[in-house]
Ligand binder design. Structure first.
Ligand code: SIN
Length: 500
């Protein structure tokens, strides 16, 4: 496939201090490899081709997995926890050193604003730093035995080769959140990056190798061939799968992984409720809604998807929310004045439009937005940040994750009703609410069926906080001290006859 770079893309790439971080190859068994078959990656604000990337095959996965198995056996036994910690610290330093380049690449393939991208790189690096510190804390137990003259010990050991499948909405952070604990524990990793955003992943892998990670311990396999990537779930050599993406795909991959009883971590879809009670600080609630609804243009699994405002304050809250939304400036992410980037692809835009049209047809009111802005490249994947009022539970927005910049406002009358409405979904990732009543805060935090709760805050994600869902939002926890446990197996050692 031949193509020429558009001027803005070529100009942006020229600003890279390390142009060698923009890599279109796979990294397999210690080598950067190209392939005859390639797939295009698009720059979302123009729809132009950013580049074409190696489209690897099932055989490439087999090669990578075999090499990763060898890598794991030597890495897990020849490095101490302290050496792995130092290695991760070096990787952290390199990510921070090259944060501007990584952020530029990230904007070009994902579309988010440069400020958000710089924030994401810092967020990504925070997992590397966190797990660099956790590497040295793999304490086991000494258990008082019920048998005489016996001591029982537990050892935490690395699970082995890990298959890592990451999403496009956080091209840097979702990789480090998964592989930093794996590498800290002594595992090796075979990564399938998202086909929308493979370049950021390649830059991170290159820096990990520069930090001194053995080259058979990390492998990067971009592909559009979903069937080829399922080798990660079916190969008996792979002992663990960590996936972030939709519930539908997560269930499919989990079924495949169970064929060889792999350990799994699944971080899946959400349908986050965001409740504003009548005793809430309305300005704080609006600020929280802006943070958690419009981050990454509404494309996060923890974005508020359904906003429930108490009937008595719904109009005031909605008016203030609309005023803030109308201040957002939609545009090209590398334009420093932009505060809201495009969506990652055309399908994302169509989904937002469908949710708006459905809600309007069923009686909702469009308070702002709803169209493609006219001051942007019309070939890009843009949609105005939008607010709907008068939303009811028969509308698509009540049931499905929009994954875009649409804030639908529902009304409720009692605390009990708000909780019932909030829990009326098969998903349970994040939930938020705003109230100044401490009793209510404790009651509602306990009643919401979610893995993550934000109380009087729209910001809940951090390296030290366990991240993960309940119900069909997934299994396992990422980040935090619990994130490390996903990459260990516990071995019990019973030492008997200690009197002999
Ligand atoms: C996600 O959307 O999957 C991750 C969001 C976060 O880490 O805050």
């Amino acid at each position: 496939m031949t193509f020429s770079l558009s001027t803005p893309i070529a100009e942006a790439l020229k600003t890279l201090q390390r142009s060698d971080l923009f890599i279109a190859d796979a990294f397999i068994a210690g080598n950067w490899v190209s392939s005859k078959k390639k797939f295009p990656v698009y720059e979302p604000s123009s729809g132009d081709v950013l580049g074409t990337v190696a489209d690897v095959t099932r055989e490439d996965f087999v090669t990578a997995i075999t090499s990763a198995d060898k890598g794991y056996r030597s890495y897990s036994t020849s490095t101490t926890a302290h050496e792995r910690s130092a290695l991760l610290r070096k990787w952290f330093d390199l990510i921070i050193l090259h944060k501007e380049d990584i952020a530029t690449i990230l904007v070009l393939e994902n579309g988010k604003t440069y400020a958000e991208a710089i924030g994401e790189v810092a967020y990504a690096a925070s997992f590397v730093s966190w797990f660099s510190e956790e590497a040295s804390r793999a304490y086991g137990d000494v258990i008082p035995s019920s048998m005489p003259n016996t001591t029982v010990l537990t050892l935490k050991q690395p699970v082995g080769v890990c298959g890592i499948i990451t999403p496009w909405n956080f091209p840097a952070a979702m990789i480090t959140r998964k592989i930093a604990p794996a590498l800290a524990a002594g595992c090796s990793v075979v990564i399938k990056p998202p086909s929308e955003t493979p370049y950021t992943a390649a830059a991170l892998v290159k820096l990990a190798i520069e930090a001194g990670l053995p080259s058979d311990v990390i492998h990067l396999l971009p592909t559009k061939d979903r069937e080829a990537a399922t080798e990660l779930c079916t190969s008996p050599i792979v002992k663990k799968i960590s996936f972030t993406g939709s519930t539908k795909v997560g269930i499919h991959l989990s079924k495949l992984a169970m064929g060889t009883m792999k350990k799994i971590s699944m971080e899946l879809g959400g349908n986050a409720p965001f409740i504003v009670f009548d005793d809430a600080d309305i300005d704080l609630a609006v600020q929280g809604a802006m943070v958690c609804k419009f981050r990454c243009s509404g494309q996060t699994c923890v974005c508020a998807n359904r906003i429930f405002a108490h009937k008595s304050i719904a109009r005031k809250f909605t008016a203030k929310l609309v005023a803030e939304v109308e201040k957002l400036k939609v545009g090209y992410g590398l334009d420093k004045s932009t505060t809201q980037g495009p969506l990652v692809n055309r399908a994302g835009v169509e989904k937002v439009k469908l949710h708006i049209e459905d809600a309007l047809a069923k009686g909702a009111k469009l308070e702002t937005g709803g169209a493609v802005p006219n001051n942007v490249n019309q070939a890009g994947f843009f949609i105005q940040p939008s607010v709907l009022s008068g939303v009811t539970k028969d509308m698509i927005v009540a049931k499905e994750e929009t994954f875009g910049p649409l804030a639908p406002v529902f009304e409720f009358e009692t605390e009990e009703e708000a909780i019932t409405l909030a829990n009326n979904t098969e998903f349970g990732l994040a939930g938020y609410f705003f109230s100044r009543d401490i009793g209510r805060c404790l009651r509602v935090a306990s009643a919401l069926e979610c893995g993550l709760i934000g109380v009087n805050s729209g910001k809940i994600s951090a390296a030290e906080s366990p991240f993960g869902g309940v119900k069909q939002s997934g299994v396992g926890r990422e980040g935090s001290r619990y994130g490390m446990a996903e990459y260990y197996v516990i071995k019990t050692v019973t030492i008997g006859n200690t009197n002999v």
